[in-house]
Design a protein around this ligand. Structure first.
Ligand SMILES: NC(=O)c1ccc[n+]([C@@H]2O[C@H](COP(=O)([O-])OP(=O)(O)OC[C@H]3O[C@@H](n4cnc5c(N)ncnc54)[C@H](O)[C@@H]3O)[C@@H](O)[C@H]2O)c1
Length: 333
């Protein structure tokens, strides 16, 4: 049995408090040993709550605490410096999605991880959810898919707020942020499309200044004949998350915590429901990463596996600005 791993959380905002700090308390194979944020107020309160040392300077924390790995949950523009600091110190990283903000950054970070020998695992928690894994098996029963429809929406009251309202800081808008999960499912189930054509808008809050899209619609097509679309919005409710893949012998519909297989006429043939839908995704991911570090489990979302995600996003944004289809493969570094 390997020793319990020492973990530090960097970036103490919404996602750290919702998932990673409770996940570390619940997981079996790692302990929280320090927290870090550039905001000293966040550091003080979080260090007090979790009874660990807090830092506002990452290199200082890495030097003083020497964690086995860092969980990085920072705004997208800050991801690079965190990975670089950790790689320099030989500390592994569990990185909140996205892996990188553009293909160039993705290629450089992938090369850095390779050179320094650190493991980096991107947190795409659906990969650790049995319903999403079951969907992959059910897809084998519908024949060659010809249609894919994805939808991921919710209503955030202020799409202009904070770093998420600025495309440069967020590396895009809703497509790069929440849409990353839908893109991950698409690539996992069906591979990287051969063409994408995207429209995006930042029009849901008239008068507010923001340039990171609140809504995106991406048409996509594969040379196999499969085509479809992804609709992502952080302004248009109601909250919904669904991916439907249709083939000659039926369809697979995967939603949060449930997957259904439909006959061609839409009747439900079988279904699988997980209750509760998300019991402990963060703890499961952390324990899995500890197994990756021990060499007893593969890394399902390492740097190389996420170059296609960055390429998809770059192609979608290029297509949006040129109003022409783009081939994501041309954006693979
Ligand atoms: N997997 C998911 O479902 C999911 C859900 C929400 C957010 N996220 C991801 O988590 C990450 C953080 O999102 P969030 O909603 O928590 O953002 P947030 O704005 O709530 O928190 C970010 C925190 O990082 C800190 N920070 C900024 N720059 C820093 C730096 N250089 N070093 C250390 N700390 C720094 C900020 O002070 C802030 O406390 C993003 O990558 C986001 O996409 C993932």
């Amino acid at each position: 049995m390997s020793a319990i791993k020492r973990a530090a959380v960097v970036g103490l905002g919404g996602q750290a408090h919702k998932d990673h700090l409770p996940g570390l308390a619940e997981c079996r194979l790692a302990d929280l040993v320090a927290v870090c944020d550039v905001d000293s107020g966040q550091v003080g309160a979080t260090a007090e709550t979790w009874q660990v040392p807090g830092y506002t300077d990452l290199p200082e924390m890495l030097d003083a605490v020497r964690p086995n790995f860092v969980i990085a949950a920072v705004p997208h523009h800050a991801g690079r410096e965190i990975v670089e600091a950790c790689a320099g110190a030989g500390v592994h990283v569990m990185k909140e999605k996205p892996f990188a903000t553009d293909p160039h950054e993705a290629a450089e970070l992938a090369a850095l991880c390779e050179k320094t020998g650190i493991e980096l695992m991107v947190t795409v928690q659906r990969r650790f959810h049995p319903v999403y894994a079951a969907a992959l098996q059910l897809l084998e029963q519908i024949g060659s898919p010809y249609l894919v429809e994805g939808r991921y929406t919710f209503h955030c009251p202020d799409p202009a707020a904070g770093w998420r309202g600025r495309a440069k800081l967020a590396g895009g808008g809703c497509l790069a942020d929440m849409g990353y999960h839908l893109i991950d499912l698409l690539i996992w189930y069906l591979g990287l499309p051969d063409r994408v054509l995207a429209d995006t808008s930042a029009a849901a809050a008239p008068g507010a200044f923001y340039d990171a899209e609140d809504t995106a619609l991406v048409h996509l097509a594969y040379d196999s004949g499969l085509y479809g679309s992804l609709l992502v919005s952080r302004s248009a409710g109601p909250k919904s998350e669904r991916l439907t893949v249709t083939g000659p012998y039926g369809a697979v519909v995967v939603e949060r915590g449930a997957v259904r297989r439909l006959a061609p006429d839409g009747q439900v043939v079988d279904s699988l429901v997980r209750e509760p839908a998300w019991p402990c995704a963060a703890a499961t991911q952390i324990d899995h990463f500890c197994h990756v570090l021990d060499g007893t489990a593969p890394n399902p979302s390492g740097p190389a596996a996420h170059l296609p995600h960055t390429a998809f996003l770059a192609a979608a944004y290029a297509s949006q600005s040129t109003t022409r289809p783009a081939d994501p493969k041309e954006f693979l570094a």
